[in-house]
Design a binder for this molecule. Sequence first.
Ligand code: SF4
Ligand code: SF4
Length: 426
Amino acid sequence: MPYEKNTANCETIKMDVPKKVIIPMLQHIGAPCKPCVAKGDVVKVGQVIGDSDEFISAPVHSSVSGTVTSVEPLLYPGGVFVNSVVIETDGKQEIFEKIAPPRISNTKDFIKAIRESGLVGLGGAGFPAHVKLSVPPGKKIDTLIINAAECEPYITSDYREIIENSWNVIGGINTVMEFLNIEKVIIGIEDNKPEAIHEMTKVADTSDRISVMKLKSRYPQGAEKMLIYATTGRKVPPGKLPADVGVIVMNVNSVSFVAEYAKTGMPLIKKRVTIDGGAVNKPCNVEVPIGTSLKDVFDFCGGFKETPKKVLMGGPMMGIAQFSLETSVVKHTNALLAFTEEESNLPPEGPCIRCGRCVRACPMNLLPLKLSKSSLRENIEELNKYHVNDCIECGSCSYVCPSKIHLVQSIRLGKAQIRAAMKGGK
Ligand code: SF4
Ligand code: SF4
């Protein structure tokens, strides 16, 4: 796949507030939030509109000021229906009165503040940040790794954060180091981004505990376990977490947000999104209020040159195809790509020729063909035996397969079968 970072030099532009936002109550991995507003309520920027008592969850805030017009299940970017708060904006963008910088004097305050900020992994994972930063009892974290690899083609959201806000990145790193008592930080950037390496090295030079590591450019270098190995040489065993090998990994936008939140107290209500693909008129990086519809975002970016054949939320390797432009930008949306018919054409699947390329390409040392077959046979026992849940859905197996077998799609289905079996107590 070509490198295609067309928007690397596109400075972030701020989108106008749309007439309406749709804010889903599930924008993270974990339990959905319960709405705490109802039709007719007036809300302000930064106000909590949904929360949950569960630990693995993150509150949701209003990105606009306006009036709630409905609370109902609506189509989510993942293709399912999720309870959502619809707000008609008033254009005033009045800030919620209770917004103030958090008071943080110890680790407990810090974790509480991160939870209240609504931060989730901004690299696309959507895992609640306060959960990731809560070090399990008995574990010691000695290294914080900042993921600035941004290895997927097209996406330049992390790159722009470094170029535009490098001091915020350092500020966030210092805050995390201080409250989690971490000794050392490694910022991993692929070697095809020399300007980002230069900029980050310049600001990191202010501390002898923070270093920038140039990483080989290869997909999926930004996958958590690969990044940990590339930066520290430590291997995270199957079924284990980064904390088991003494590290925490944070996305560069996430850590930068920590600094911003500590200064202002404004929760996560906006997102930088890379807009690209052959069907787009004006590829760019745009700062979008969370909840803005995909249609409004594309319209703001000059609309389409031609009707797109395929629209992806996320990159071409891991992104999710969208059925409708009425779905909205959520916390972990880092790119919207609209491809022409020519760019979207997939050759038909052929028979497996047992070449083994998928196995060699898998960064997690899995057997993609076996996983795909087990999924198609709905064989839960085999899916577990071949460690389907270790698959990071990077798409490398499908990409290298000469027969163009839809391996990652069937592996995703296999994971869904496991989840369903667990729910059903099988
Ligand atoms: S998508 Fe394929 S290559 Fe990537 S981790 Fe999963 S099985 Fe391995
Ligand atoms: S890469 Fe494709 S053709 Fe080769 S073994 Fe894997 S599934 Fe079969």
